[in-house]
Design a binder for this molecule. Structure first.
Ligand code: FAD
Ligand code: NAP
Ligand code: SF4
Length: 683
């Protein structure tokens, strides 16, 4: 039998140690780093992924000192007492046969606290705190802190460290004139600006000895206007290798860059060509240091292809291992189709962290909660009916059946997925289809009896004599009651996305929530032309250039012309899209702005006529304006659909409501899947 994924699953010999495969679990801040009470949870989280066969894992960032904090009292490794606490994590990982490195993260001017420091006093656009400019002695203190942190990591049982040199953090800030305007030995010519990372890696190597992994995360593409040039990045890679790095990992884009780098609309493997370019330079110079490529690699097929194409020696998967701890084990067993694929939504991982909540995963609510969300065999087999096969119902049905219960899942439509069948039609959201592929496999594997095209009523449910009913019946669109909305020029988002009713060239969209934004994206994109599925188009659209030709790798974006003229409206005044995801809202807004979508807030909808939509402004409803259009699309929010609840409860049946059926306000798939899973775990 031919081994699946021969490149991905090949071991990698680092000289003093051998990694079992080419998968590096990239560093992700989960919030578990930021409190010692979370260490047992962190140990369980990494142990589960070690058990799943990951070659080498990297922790979330730990600061080497307080100046390097991400936020006040963030995870820091600066004392032996702190190192002792990490034993819980390293022992748990080693007991599963895994390997783990600690990431040393100094945030510099990105630190969200008043003690932050930087090469020069230049405030970042993403933090309210201006950094203190370091003196030469201050810089020496930071280097010593990195070295101390690495030694403590070794003391704590880690197999290595990752020195975070990219994403616009402290080390990266020294490399470019954008943030380093010093004229001492740490500023000015590039040889001076790159002195800091080279000193750090060299002195860390000296301190930890030869048999300890040092990964250096190198910013190969800054994506800021005056970022590093390509010859500079290559010079740095060579110097870092010489200084003693074991592995070079790829960093793409500063946090302040205006190019998306990991969102779902970024094509898979979109930046592997940058690592490939670097690898060719280093190989041509006789340097064989292993390189890791990163960003939007979420299936074993993509990873295997990138390695086979010579883009890198390893792949970094971060969020895909939140989504499925057994990614590697499933690939090894030839069961890649069973992988719960990361859809790159950021909703439960990055967005949570930015809201000071622990990271988890939209498609896998157990991630980060391994010690509390336990899915155990049911003590007694019971019979359940689950009504609705949207995300909530799918999560509940498969979890219940996985625990040994007998489950019937009823779905009115001819396929599973509920609203995800519309979400996956949005250009840039194609990944959402992967979740439906995953659940299709889970339904079969867990033995759920699926009844498609079955709009079940209370009577039939009562006749089925089940022990409990779970209503996951979702939502119905809210009726905005605009005079004239029953005209032929008015459609709902369901008409547009599911029934594909014809839409005119000029469109007004009523409602600018998540669905209004998505419908706008759908309507401005010519059918079959999602840039996410075409790397060249996507790079041009966002203005990403070859860093060998343009410093920093950014040029003027060249979006394709919009397919329609779209106006997006809401009644609230102020900026549209405020409620969108913390880390992705700006991408949706920028994308629509590039497609010349007009965004208008503070309107009253007066009436719809054959000529268009008449709106007024303010409480006095004055200054009427006709938004001329051929089609009006209603995206005015949703209401829960739960008419089965009352008759079932009246008959004494145990009824549970989840997802949209439970609460439509601020509903998303994150809540739907989480609720379905948690309920099913305890029934
Ligand atoms: P639903 O998905 O609405 O599923 C309910 C199901 O119940 C339906 O399939 C329905 O046919 C079935 N049903 C109802 N009554 C009966 C009955 N009597 N018998 C049998 N079956 C019945 N969420 C995100 O988190 N991120 C996103 O990026 C995102 N994008 C979206 C984009 C679009 C265009 C849309 C429309 C939604 C998007 N959502 C997104 C929202 C997300 O899809 C919903 O929050 C989620 O689907 C709600 O899940 P649910 O299971 O509660 O309900
Ligand atoms: P939503 O986000 O609640 O937005 C509803 C929109 O309709 C708002 O713009 C609201 O703004 C408007 N509205 C509300 N009542 C109205 C009325 N009576 N008349 C006219 N307009 C009205 O809901 P949604 O867009 O339907 O999305 C549903 C859920 O899916 C959301 O909760 C969202 O989380 C999820 N979703 C998420 C994403 C994502 O990217 N994360 C994408 C799509 C959907 P005004 O009241 O100011 O007019
Ligand atoms: Fe991936 Fe979304 Fe899960 Fe984050 S929340 S790991 S982006 S699927």
């Amino acid at each position: 039998m031919i081994a699946p994924y021969p490149h991905l699953l090949a071991p990698l010999d680092l000289g003093f140690t051998r990694l079992p495969n080419r998968v590096l679990m990239g560093s992700m801040h989960t919030g578990l780093e930021d409190g010692r009470r979370h260490f047992p949870a962190m140990a369980a989280y990494f142990a589960e992924r070690a058990r799943g066969g990951v070659g080498l894992m990297v922790t979330g960032g730990f600061a080497p000192n307080i100046e390097g904090w991400t936020k006040p009292f963030a995870g820091t490794l600066a004392t032996s007492a702190a190192a002792r606490r990490h034993r819980l994590v390293t022992d748990a990982v080693h007991a599963e046969g895994g390997r783990i490195a600690l990431q040393i993260l100094h945030t510099g001017r990105y630190g969200y606290h008043p003690l932050c420091v930087a090469p020069s006093r230049i405030k970042s656009p993403i933090s309210p705190f201006a950094p203190r400019e370091l003196s030469a002695r201050g810089i020496e203190r930071q280097i010593r802190a990195f070295v101390r942190c690495a030694k403590l990591a070794r003391e704590a049982g880690y197999d290595g460290v990752e020195v975070m040199g990219s994403e616009g953090y402290f080390i990266n800030q020294f490399l470019v004139t954008h943030t380093n305007q010093r004229n001492d030995q740490w500023g000015g010519p590039y040889e001076n600006r790159m002195r800091l990372p080279v000193e750090i890696v060299g002195r860390v190597r000296e301190a930890v000895g030869a048999d300890f992994i040092i990964i250096y995360r190198l910013s190969m593409l800054d994506l800021i206007p005056d970022g590093s040039s390509w010859p500079e990045a290559v010079m740095l890679a060579k110097a870092i290798t010489q200084a003693g790095a074991t592995i070079i990992n790829t960093g793409i884009g500063w946090h302040e860059a205006r190019v998306p780098t990991i969102a779902t609309s970024v094509p898979r493997g979109a930046f592997a060509w940058v690592t490939k370019k670097m690898r060719s330079e280093l190989r041509a110079a006789g340097i064989t240091v292993p390189l890791v490529t990163s960003n939007r690699i979420n299936t074993p097929e993509v990873a295997e292809q990138l390695l086979a194409d010579g883009c890198a020696d390893m792949v970094s998967l971060a969020r895909p291992l939140l989504a499925d701890a057994d990614f590697v084990a499933k690939a090894q067993a030839g069961r890649a189709g069973d992988i719960n694929t990361c859809i790159a939504c950021n909703q439960a991982c990055l967005d949570h962290v930015f809201h000071n909540r622990l990271a988890t995963c939209l498609v896998n609510p157990r991630a980060g909660h391994e010690t509390v969300l336990l899915i155990r065999p049911a003590p007694q087999r019971r019979r359940f009916a689950v009504v609705g096969a949207g995300p909530a119902g799918l999560a509940a049905a498969t979890t219940l059946a996985g625990r040994g219960h007998e489950v019937d899942l009823y779905e009115a439509a001819d396929r599973i997925g509920g609203q995800f069948n519309m979400a996956k039609e949005i250009p840039g959201k194609e990944e959402f289809g992967e979740t439906l592929r995953y659940f299709t496999g889970r339904l079969a594997a867990t033995g759920v009896r699926l009844h498609l095209r079955t709009k079940i009523g209370a009577e039939a449910l009562l006749a089925s004599k089940v022990d409990g009913v779970i209503l996951a019946t979702g939502v119905t669109p809210r009726d905005p009651r605009i005079p004239g909305q029953d005209g032929p020029n008015v459609l709902s988002y369901i008409d547009v996305l599911l029934h594909r009713k014809p839409v005119g060239r000029r469109v007004a969209i009523v409602g600018a929530g998540g669905i209004g934004f998505d419908v706008a994206e759908f309507l401005v994109t010519p059918p079959g032309h999602s840039p996410t599925l075409n790397l060249h188009e996507w790079l041009a659209e966002w203005g990403v250039a070859d860093p060998g030709e343009v410093r920093g790798g950014v040029v003027r974006p060249q979006p394709a012309p919009p397919a329609r003229q779209v106006t997006l409206l809401q009644r609230k005044s102020g900026r549209l899209g405020k409620g969108l995801g913390k880390t992705t809202g700006w991408i949706h807004r920028a994308s629509l702005q590039m497609k010349q979508v007009e965004m208008i807030g503070g309107v009253n909808y007066e009436r719809i006529t054959p000529e268009g939509l008449l709106v007024t402004y303010g409480e006095k409803r004055q200054d009427g304006q006709l938004i001329e259009c051929d089609t009006v699309v209603l995206c005015a929010g949703q209401l829960p659909q739960r008419e089965l609840q009352a008759p079932l409860q009246a008959a004494g049946v145990e009824v549970h409501l989840i997802g949209g059926a439970h609460e439509a306000a601020e509903l998303d798939a994150r809540r739907a899947i989480d609720q379905g899973t948690r309920l099913a775990a305890r029934l």
